[in-house]
Design a protein around this ligand. Sequence first.
Ligand SMILES: [Zn+2]
Length: 283
Amino acid sequence: MARVFFNKRTGRASEPWVTLCLAAAVMLTLLTARAGRAAQLPALADAAELFDVKTAAAEMRLGGYRVLPLLGDGDEKSALTDALLQYPDGFFEAIRTRTGGLTFLLCGGIRGERPGCRAAPSALTVSGSSGVTLVFDCSEGVSFYTVCHEVCHAADAALQVPDAEWAALQPPGFRFSGRYTDENGRPAEDGDDLSFTPQGEGEPYFVNAYAKTFPAEDRAVLFETLMRAGPGAGYLHSPHIIKKLAAYCALLRAGLDPDGRWEQPFWEARLCEVLKAQQACRP
Ligand SMILES: [Zn+2]
């Protein structure tokens, strides 16, 4: 059975300052040792073939969603491949090898067709027996952050992170909701339960309410937020959020680069910046 994850349209957060945890300091030491080595980007005139980027020429159905055709292509394909070129050599090959296939599909819209589906997500990742397909609605362009989010879902399909392992990083007794909408069909991010987010009660473990739907969404939102926010963002000061980010970075390393061939991927460089900034700000 296919597993389906998608990207919400919007998401903002502003949170209180929380002291950096000891685990983050340890991670900083580890990451700093790898800093200073610039990422190597392949010089490719057209990387679309390398990444198997396709355009939806006709309407199709994927994982309970209707995928609309994209009229014309060009800028969208360039924007996507530019984002994919930021990833280290071997990253996508590792996913392809472990999942059986990896395809990027550009389309003109995504529409949910089943109860529990989102009405019109900006992107969609479908994982099945033939591999992983990442679908991007190009009607409003392709954002680097959306690519980051969906690629996390593709990486998840390869990593198969045990739920119990991720559960150990959550608040005591917490359970993911396991659904994108409530019983009234309202999107998860519009729900009332903001506990353990920067806007609600309890120490922040989640960037927003959407991250509380599924473990895979928690990881994708964390990664997207790390890239979107930068070192100054308040919610990146939460020791629980930093701990989860560090754990996820370690999972990517262990699962997709077992031979240690990567230099410093862009996400590790960003996490290093965040941790350095917080150390500098400590009283
Ligand atoms: Zn998602």
